[in-house]
Design a protein around this ligand. Sequence first.
Ligand code: NAD
Ligand code: UFG
Length: 342
Amino acid sequence: MSILVTGGAGYIGSHTCVELLNAGYEVVVVDNLSNSKLESLSRVKEITGKDITYYKVDILDRDGLETVFVENSIDAVIHLAGLKAVGESVQIPLHYYHNNITGTVILCEVMNKYGVKKLVFSSSATVYGIPKSVPISEDFPLGPINPYGRTKSMIEEILRDLYHSDNKWSISVLRYFNPIGAHQSGRIGEDPNGIPNNLIPYITQVAVGKLKELSVFGNDYPTRDGSGIRDYIHVVDLAKGHLKALQRILTNTGVDSYNLGTGIGYSVLEMIDAFEKASKKKVFYKVVERRPGDIASCYADPQKAKEELDWVAEKGIEEMCRDAWRWQENNPTGYEVKVLVK
Ligand code: NAD
Ligand code: UFG
């Protein structure tokens, strides 16, 4: 069975490819490499000992996508391709709406044309915006507060409309909480461009000595230690969630959304502590103003995924930090191999 993974060279995509290949699926990847390196797929092949069919195609390129469907017998699509930087989405919203939404519409049109109606879509906990309470369950109202989040909630609406127009579609919408960590081999992981926006890549770069100190965005939130609480989930657990969702869409029709999180929240200060223990490195930090748009606390009620997908996150915070550190330590420049000139 052949699965098309859009955005497969990226952070979550590469880990998802490993799980798919290990489970015996054939994998076809489409990625324009706008936020990734092809080296990630070489390492996926190295980890699994299996091959991947790769196309450097933009999902906005209808003809390019059609070639992929003509040349491969695709059974289902896992759609991760998208732009994801919240701050950047505020600066260049049209680029985000075009890339994420138009890209998804074109992908669905091409899928429709080739009779492929099974889709797993990467959404985000950001669609909930400022939740009325925690834990957050799937029936909470959606209210994203930035353009990136709105691309995700609008795509969710489009996918629901698509299913209602044609009940042969089978769609799983996965709302990820905060993916962190890396494959235990230390060969694939998160490789952000420039200075990281997200907490864990920032912490790992402080620990490895690339960055001086972490800024903790606020210690006056109504949480147990005043810093923000999030539901961090190991990227390998998340990748396995895609396989469970795939199994469901292969055997059912419908459109359903699922929270993929652990159900447990950790604060920024607790994450610093856990990371220091895992890496045996000091993480220097200072407390600064709150970051605009941040919420105090966000964690999942993952019950629906447990009941309907038979999926639960298994890896704890120690393993997440240990694996994030192994990746950072072994690959201080990410996928970029720096050649030393004497
Ligand atoms: P990533 O940037 O590492 O991966 C996304 C991949 O999509 C990249 O390889 C990029 O080159 C590719 N891409 C982007 N636009 C494309 C286009 N038009 N055509 C072809 N390829 C394109 O990000 P990730 O963290 O692996 O995220 C994967 C998905 O999960 C994204 O849709 C993201 O919005 C979503 N998500 C991520 C997080 C997170 O914290 N990492 C949280 C929630 C949801
Ligand atoms: N934080 C700091 N210092 C930093 C970075 C982050 O204190 O340098 C804090 C934040 O204030 C927040 C927590 O660490 O309390 C986590 O922040 P991240 O930026 O790592 O993650 P977010 O929860 O803000 O957002 C992430 C992704 C979004 C996604 C969301 C839910 O960036 O795209 O998780 O999945 F939508």
